[in-house]
Design a protein around this ligand. Sequence first.
Ligand SMILES: Nc1ncnc2c1ncn2[C@@H]1O[C@H](COP(=O)(O)OP(=O)(O)OP(=O)(O)O)[C@@H](O)[C@H]1O
Length: 271
Amino acid sequence: MTKEQVKSSEALSARQVVLEARNVSWSVRSATLVQDVSLCLRAGEMLGLIGPNGSGKSSFLRLLAGVNAPSAGEVFLEGQPMHAIPRRMVARRLALVSQMADTVDAITVQDAVELGRTPWLSALQTWSQRDDEIVSKALALVGMEEKREQYWSTLSGGERQRTHIARSLAQQPSILLLDEPTNHLDIHHQLSLMHLIRSLSESMSIAVAIHDLNHALMCDRLAVMYKGRLVRIDVPEKVLEPELVREVFEVDVSELTDPADQARVLRFMPL
Ligand SMILES: Nc1ncnc2c1ncn2[C@@H]1O[C@H](COP(=O)(O)OP(=O)(O)OP(=O)(O)O)[C@@H](O)[C@H]1O
């Protein structure tokens, strides 16, 4: 990751807001799981959502995606209230890759990825060669083209995860929301996926929940969730500082520099 790939906050602040949460809360029974969160995702931004287990990242991503409606506040997609946009139209603009996404067993990888084209098809717009090309490209991007005929039920956890990501890419959204996409992936696939997400952010806006704080360094900005609240949003260097990491994640952090390429590396120690 070169410094040039990460966009500066000045460059980002000039860009259009594509998705906005305005004072959003979400309660289930008496528990408030997301509390008064406001943030903007800008065009071409890679925004990381970080926070300890149970801090509300997945719940907040589902609100951003319009899968759940906020109990208070509002989400805006390209300036329009999310609740007023038909789901099919939302699906043409935004895709969510959930943490525990599953699908029915009796379909192949190819079938699962083809489902990503659904929002674009209609009685007038039937399956075309272009749809085949989009599906093939999505499979290739996640390295699943050789497994295209394999049944879902026979896939490993990492292959399922990559298939779901391919499905979301086949959807051709301009906004991609990913909930811990490196779950189940081996180290090679974790790195290649993080670099793929980084390169996709040249043409898409991305919000991604991440546990690995070294991966989080690849984001343009980081939003820190803690007990359902947004406690900080800023560039990674300003967010991943010892005091905040200690308070939110209950670990000590020290920063090292890789002599090979001067890259920043974080090392964590128990308190
Ligand atoms: N439908 C629900 N009903 C009750 N509680 C819920 C519901 N969904 C989530 N929660 C609770 O809300 C809190 C936030 O959950 P959420 O999955 O959003 O956190 P997270 O930050 O994504 O966690 P993780 O890092 O472990 O994936 C958790 O304590 C969870 O148990």
